[in-house]
Design a protein around this ligand. Structure first.
Ligand SMILES: Cc1ncc(COP(=O)(O)O)c(C=O)c1O
Length: 435
């Protein structure tokens, strides 16, 4: 029978040597950590880059080690899994990815998923039970609204929302109404909201939650941070407990993969991990490897896209064929949205709304004339994308709701990429000539 030391010191399935996170008192930045953190070449024949571990299962050194790993993963022993067991639970590529994702928000831990929606679904199934009420900001990404209202609705879950830009009083009122409907087990936010770009006051939501619930009964606050995270928005600093990502967008960044992520407090992550282990919503090793490669250039890509977006928006704002530009860099000084922005955000992002003078005809003429920007939905890729939400992503949203959300036929949604800014301006200028 091997001793405890022999088990933890086995050549197979052992944890990587911890990578440095500081040099003396100097704390290393996320950009530096994206190049090596969480990976020990010694465990992979000295390979500088992590290989892709295409395996469904992992060999145990001996039966006692196998038992010990299972005790960890099933929760029989605290501290989680000590080694790799089976690829539905985790794998080396996924673990390196999770270590690096957590870095951007200084989070305790992280989980990677097969899509943004599988992250959101696993999160909801972890915390929400029949009879509960989900309090959320509105609007949410359409599939998230469908999941909460239509799918969880079939299992006796109710919801109540407050507008993204809501004041503390409006948030208090929504929580109070939610409590009348059932046990409030999750507060779910999306900021900025898709497609309105309205920001949520996370600090106010956290204060409202803390005042409305006693210790031990406080529901976690989760926030979809896809649009500005992880570079321009770090909501865990403002009172959120979990940050959710469609990694398909800025983190993947090349419009060539679909994945999701969750970063946040250890105890909550552990709860979600248990459900992910059962459901199998983990990201696959190949996609995890691609995300590791993407993370190496995340800051460079987002910085460049952000700078480009500012230049393009400044050009578009003054154009005679443009009605208005909904860009977070142009918030009215002194307004509530500007106040939320200053307290919460580190950058204005690169996804914005362009309202052309006219209607659908003008929006379509503009989209059809673009030569560099691609006519496609999604965002956060290296290439610029443009689409018409009223006719595409939000086609099935009822007319009344579209009006409320300012999703008008003349709205074009643009996600700016890393091309040359002057080339993009030339493309938009040329397309506006055709309107
Ligand atoms: C804000 C937001 N959240 C979640 C998702 C869903 O992510 P995925 O498509 O990776 O499942 C999207 C996708 O567009 C999104 O824009």
């Amino acid at each position: 029978m091997p001793t405890e030391d022999e088990i933890s010191g086995t050549p197979h399935n052992r944890p990587p040597k911890p990578s440095p996170t500081s040099i003396g008192n100097h704390k290393l930045k996320a950009q530096t950590l994206m190049l090596g953190y969480g990976f020990d070449p010694e465990l992979s024949e000295g390979s500088l880059k992590p290989p892709i571990f295409l395996t469904s299962t992992f060999a145990f050194e001996n039966a006692a080690a196998g038992k010990r790993f299972f005790e960890g993963i099933t929760g029989k022993r605290p501290g989680g899994a000590e080694g790799l067991i089976y690829s539905r639970f985790n794998g080396p590529n996924q673990e390196i990815l999770e270590d690096r994702l957590a870095v951007w928000e200084d989070a305790d831990d992280s989980l990677a998923f097969s899509s943004g929606m599988s992250a959101i679904t696993t999160l909801l199934l972890t915390f929400v039970r029949p009879g509960d009420c989900v309090v959320h900001s509105g609007p949410l990404y359409a599939a998230t609204e469908t999941l909460i209202a239509k799918i969880l609705g079939q299992f006796g879950v109710s919801w109540i929302d407050f507008p993204s830009g809501a004041t503390r009083e409006e948030i208090d009122a929504a929580i109070a109404k939610g409590k009348e409907k059932g046990r409030v087990s999750l507060i779910y936010l999306e900021s900025p909201a898709n497609p309105t770009n309205q920001l949520v006051d996370v600090e106010a939501v956290a204060a409202a939650r803390d005042d409305a619930f006693a210790d031990g009964e406080r529901p976690p606050i989760a926030i979809d941070n896809t649009f500005l995270g992880p570079l321009w928005s770090k909501p865990l600093r403002h009172g959120a407990d979990l940050s959710v990502y469609s990694l398909t967008k800025y983190v993947g960044g090349h419009s060539d993969l679909v994945a999701g992520g969750l970063v946040g407090k250890q105890q909550l992550i552990n709860q979600v991990r248990t459900i992910r282990n059962t459901m199998g919503t983990i990201v696959d090793p190949n996609t995890a490897w691609m995300l590791l490669r993407s993370l190496e250039t995340l800051e460079l890509r987002m910085d460049r896209a952000g700078e480009n977006a500012r230049k393009v928006c400044e050009f578009l704002r003054d154009h005679p064929k443009v009605e208005k530009v909904g860009y977070l860099g142009f918030l009215e000084p002194g307004s509530r949205q500007a106040d939320i922005f200053e307290r919460h955000e580190l950058g204005a992002g690169s996804t914005f709304s362009l309202y052309l003078k006219g209607g659908e005809k003008e929006a379509f003429a503009f989209l059809d004339a673009l030569r560099i920007a691609n006519l496609a939905v999604s965002l956060g890729g290296t290439e610029t994308l443009a689409s018409a939400p009223a006719a595409m992503t939000h086609l099935s949203v009822p007319e009344e709701r579209k009006k409320q959300l300012d999703i008008t036929p003349n709205l074009v949604r643009i996600s700016i990429g890393v091309e040359d800014a002057d080339d993009l301006i030339a493309d938009f200028a040329n397309a506006l000539n055709d309107v």
